[in-house]
Write a protein that binds this ligand. Structure first.
Ligand SMILES: Nc1nc2c(ncn2[C@@H]2O[C@H](COP(=O)(O)OP(=O)(O)OP(=O)(O)O)[C@@H](O)[C@H]2O)c(=O)[nH]1
Length: 297
């Protein structure tokens, strides 16, 4: 599901999250391992404030392992513990309870100093649409002892999923918006399938991914599209893809949009291998790889 974000929606989303956060001891920030910063809410630090936080890089099964390691180091430098997971298969998820307990340790110590005991550590998942929040909640509830019903002290609609004796997870995640105003962020989100196809320009998105792959994964393009060598530029590459996939229109010209659509479909279904479309270094470049060129009219 893609939500169209407008200032009013953002304000509402923020209000809802802030309200729920009052009940929460540890925040799980869920990002897409293939595009961690582009799948991150731009106001997250302000929203979460000083609550203990953990970053999970979800869909790590689709990401490039080396890029994922770079991201783990990146977030570690920011002082946030980061774990790659795959919410669908559950890979990496078993480490979660222990990490949450460690993060909450200080808070628990303070609580017991004040003579407060007994309450479970409460956890909430925050993330943009389509990042895998529901998949993770489902996965964690399967592992749990039992899903508890409404508690008298808690707002009616909220349910807590028990995770062992000491942890409880809020069963409704907090939905936040990404940094849409950045063109490169939009292209990365579109490449990952996070934006409805009706809303994207296939050619523009495919040309971004092709540039990125020509830089980081040239051999995959050569192999997948059975080329002798890599073409000079991305438009030629898209043309080659069009030829190989039979996207021709009258006069022997290439139907670029069709070729782009097929290419993106192959990318998203994993036929081009595990690919990350963002690395920390991309954000240090004046001219990011795959930046759209505007042609003079
Ligand atoms: N390959 C892979 N796919 C995943 C993973 N986690 C989620 N998905 C897929 O990503 C899509 C979105 O997952 P959801 O769990 O619905 O995401 P969400 O964040 O709850 O989405 P919204 O309800 O739109 O906010 C689904 O098609 C999932 O099957 C993962 O770790 N690996």
């Amino acid at each position: 599901m893609t939500i169209q974000w407008f200032p009013g929606h953002m304000a509402k989303a923020r209000r809802q999250v802030t309200e729920k956060l009052k009940l929460i001891d540890v925040v799980i920030e869920l990002l897409d391992a293939r595009l961690p910063l582009s799948s991150r809410n731009p106001m997250i630090d302000e929203i979460v404030s000083d609550k203990p936080r953990l970053i999970l890089l979800n869909k790590a099964d689709l990401a490039d392992e080396r890029a994922t390691d770079e991201w783990i180091a990146y977030f570690r430098k920011e002082g946030i513990r980061t774990l790659p997971i795959d919410a669908l298969s559950g890979k990496g998820v078993s480490k979660l309870p222990e990490m949450c307990k460690e993060l909450a340790a200080d808070m628990l110590a303070k609580r017991s100093e004040r003579g407060m005991q007994g309450r479970a550590i409460r956890i909430m998942i925050l993330g943009i649409p389509n990042v895998g929040k529901s998949s993770l909640i489902n996965r964690l509830s399967k592992r749990s002892v039992a899903a508890t019903g409404d508690r008298p002290a808690v707002t009616k609609a909220q349910q807590w999923v028990k995770m062992g004796d000491t942890l409880e997870l809020l069963d409704t995640p907090g939905i936040l918006w990404p940094k849409f105003e950045d063109q490169m962020v939009g292209l990365r989100l579109a490449a990952s399938g996070a934006i409805k196809d009706e809303l994207i320009d296939f050619t523009e998105v495919a040309l971004f991914v092709i540039s990125y792959m020509m830089h980081y994964y040239p051999e995959r393009l050569i192999e997948r599209f059975k080329l002798k060598e890599l073409p000079e530029d991305r438009v030629e590459m898209l043309e080659e893809i069009g030829k190989k996939r039979g996207c021709l229109v009258s006069g022997g010209n290439i139907d670029y949009d069709k070729a782009a659509e097929i290419f993106l479909r192959e990318l998203r279904s994993g036929k081009l291998g595990t690919i990350s479309v963002e690395r920390p270094i991309d954000w240090e470049m004046d001219e990011p790889i795959g930046k759209p060129v505007s042609f003079p009219e």
